[in-house]
Design a protein around this ligand. Structure first.
Ligand SMILES: [Zn+2]
Length: 211
């Protein structure tokens, strides 16, 4: 199981954000696939306890279904990013279909008239599964496309919560963008790992930044 992104990927895709170069102890926590009842509410509470800010890459369909929880994320001051409306795998979709799904998500996370208001005025995007074609990257020219430096594997049913914690803890370094999932699949690892990672990062002197 590899927790840290291999060094060559950012060299192949330098236009994507993998890590924010810095020597300061700063970390960018990100949460994908919400908002949903349970896991997202857990994350909001843990982040509040740790006085930490994070970035949530939301699935548009979940925003529509669980708008009250989405509003809680926004009200807590976290940054919001686009993760398509239906969690599309870029490699299996044409550019127009993919962009239409991105647009639908953008409409619910940042409705017209609200631009630059509560939500971040940056257009943040993370491709589901990290799978995206060069032509789709080009079409998303007005988005900041955020990949990751550390993948927690919280969704994996084959690693234990303590393995997930150890691997994540070892992989984090200054400027790391770290991926968690506020999803049911991740719940078991997430509920164990997140409070401990937050406590570890605080004890190490890290500050929490948003993208
Ligand atoms: Zn996802």
């Amino acid at each position: 199981v590899i927790y840290r992104t291999p060094f060559f990927l950012p060299l192949i895709y330098p236009e994507l954000f993998w890590r924010i170069p810095t020597t300061k102890k700063e970390v960018y926590l990100t949460f994908d696939d919400g908002p949903i009842p349970g896991p997202t509410e857990f994350v909001i509470q843990e982040l509040a306890n740790a006085k930490a800010q994070a970035t949530f890459f939301c699935i548009g369909d979940n925003v529509v279904k669980h708008h009250d929880i989405f509003n809680k994320v926004v009200e807590a001051g976290h940054a919001i990013g686009n993760h398509t409306f239906n969690h599309l795998k870029g490699w299996s979709h044409s550019v127009p279909d993919y962009m239409e799904n991105v647009r639908q998500c953008q409409e619910v996370i940042n409705p017209p008239g609200n631009a630059g208001d509560i939500l971040s005025n940056r257009n943040l995007f993370r491709p589901p599964y990290g799978r995206i074609k060069k032509s789709q990257i080009d079409a998303l020219w007005d988005f900041r496309i955020v990949m990751w430096d550390v993948l927690t594997h919280d969704y994996s049913s084959t690693i234990s919560p303590s393995q997930c914690l150890r691997g994540t803890q070892r992989a984090i370094r200054p400027g790391s963008i770290v991926v968690f999932h506020d999803s049911l699949k991740s719940e078991k690892n997430l509920t164990f790992v997140l409070p401990k990672i937050l406590a570890y990062l605080i004890s190490e002197g890290y500050s929490f930044k948003t993208l």
